[in-house]
Design a protein around this ligand. Structure first.
Ligand code: ALA
Length: 380
């Protein structure tokens, strides 16, 4: 039977209530929300509102209208970056970012935005003191990942948020790998903009995600169009969420996202995180016993979540990935993980690493099976 260990890319399988909610919405409730006064449209509107309210609860946002639904964390990050920055602005970022941050920033740099990159140490940790040093007066935004998709390193966002707030610097956090695993509270962490995918640790359907927009943060829309409101005007409405949500909503996906958020709430983040920590701990202990394995990432287990990266002496990660799939029926992601800067930082560019990312449905037997496969490959 196939063994899936690529939950950092997207979680799989999805919880049964998520599948059921998607199926139900597709068959019975996928009218256009907010576009009509008839009962099916109102019902679809209630589905979207339920998802919005649950998403707001997950991240500690008191006003659900400030949850903007998007297709994925990449769209949320683009909306935030292009919505805030303009020529002449200065933005600070880190060397551990995914291309979902790197590429929009490159495009913005081409338009006259000054981009400053703070290097992480070799474990992938970005020292907060270095970030503070880089945030010179006039900096408009700090954008950083909460948890690296390559090494699983958790960054000190909770420390940097209040500091940025005191300096008047906006903080945009990429929670692609942390949402659904680590507690997120935009108030306590002083996060102004939080990009969240619905399909990773939250375990919702692909094509779902949201940007949480803090009180007082004004964004230019990425898309302009129909919102079902103020239709007499050719100007984009000012109100949220409509200002930033043009076009038909993914009501089927959002029905699934709502079910996923309820599933998460029933289990509780503590249990989810404990399960994940236990599997990562087992994986780390097993890999450490193999002399051919080189591990990357944090030494402190409390700063490790989501994903674990390693290489095998003398073997190309791409070949290891292929053999794990074809000889052992195990799916992991190898290579650069769309994060070449992070790999440069930890010294694994351009060949990358073998990344293993367990999820809620993985077991200790799964980890034993992977370890046995890696052991066999290392033995040649
Ligand atoms: N960003 C996702 C990953 O790290 C797709 O695999």
């Amino acid at each position: 039977m196939s063994l899936y260990l690529d939950n950092a890319a997207t979680s799989f399988p999805k919880p049964e209530p998520v599948c059921a909610a998607v199926d139900h919405a597709m068959r019975h409730g996928a009218a256009n929300p907010g576009r009509g006064g008839y009962r099916l449209s109102l019902e679809a509107g209630r589905t979207v509102l339920a998802a919005r309210t649950a998403a707001a609860r997950l991240v500690g946002m008191p006003d659900p209208a400030r949850i903007i639904f998007v297709a994925n964390a990449t769209e949320a990050l683009n909306l935030a970056l292009f919505g805030v920055l303009r020529a002449g602005d200065r933005v600070v970022t880190t060397s551990m970012e995914h291309n979902a941050v790197v590429r929009p920033l490159r495009a913005l740099a081409d338009q006259g935005v000054e981009v400053v990159k703070v290097p992480a140490d070799c474990s992938g940790f970005v020292p907060p003191a270095e970030v503070r040093r880089a945030c010179t007066p006039g900096t408009r935004l700090l954008v950083m990942t909460h948890c690296s998709n390559v090494t699983g390193t958790l960054q000190a966002v909770e420390e940097l948020g209040p500091w940025c707030r005191a300096q008047g610097i906006l903080l945009l956090v990429d929670a692609a790998q942390s949402a659904g695993l680590f507690p997120l509270d935009v108030g306590a962490m002083a996060i102004d903009l939080l990009a969240v995918p619905g399909h990773k640790a939250i375990m919702g359907p692909p094509g779902t995600g949201f940007l949480c927009v803090g009180a007082g943060v004004q964004l230019r829309p990425l898309l302009y169009g129909g919102t079902g409101t103020r239709s007499t005007s050719d100007a984009q409405p000012e109100e949220l969420p409509e200002r930033l949500e043009s076009g038909t909503q993914n009501v089927v996906g959002l029905a699934g996202l709502h079910a996923a958020l309820e599933f998460l709430r029933e289990i509780g983040l503590n249990r989810l995180r404990e399960h994940e920590r236990a599997l990562l701990g087992q994986l780390l202990a097993g890999l450490r016993r193999m002399p051919a394995v080189r591990l990357y990432g944090p030494v402190d287990a409390g700063r490790h979540g989501g994903a674990l990266s390693f290489t095998l002496a003398g073997l190309d990660p791409a070949a290891v990935g292929y053999r794990l799939d074809h000889e052992f029926d195990i799916g992991v992601r190898v290579g650069l993980h769309c994060a070449p800067d992070a790999h440069r930082t930890i010294g694994t560019f351009p060949q990358g690493t073998i990344r293993v990312s367990p999820g809620w449905f993985n077991t200790h037997d799964d980890i034993d099976r992977l370890l046995a496969a890696v052991h066999a490959l290392a033995a040649g």
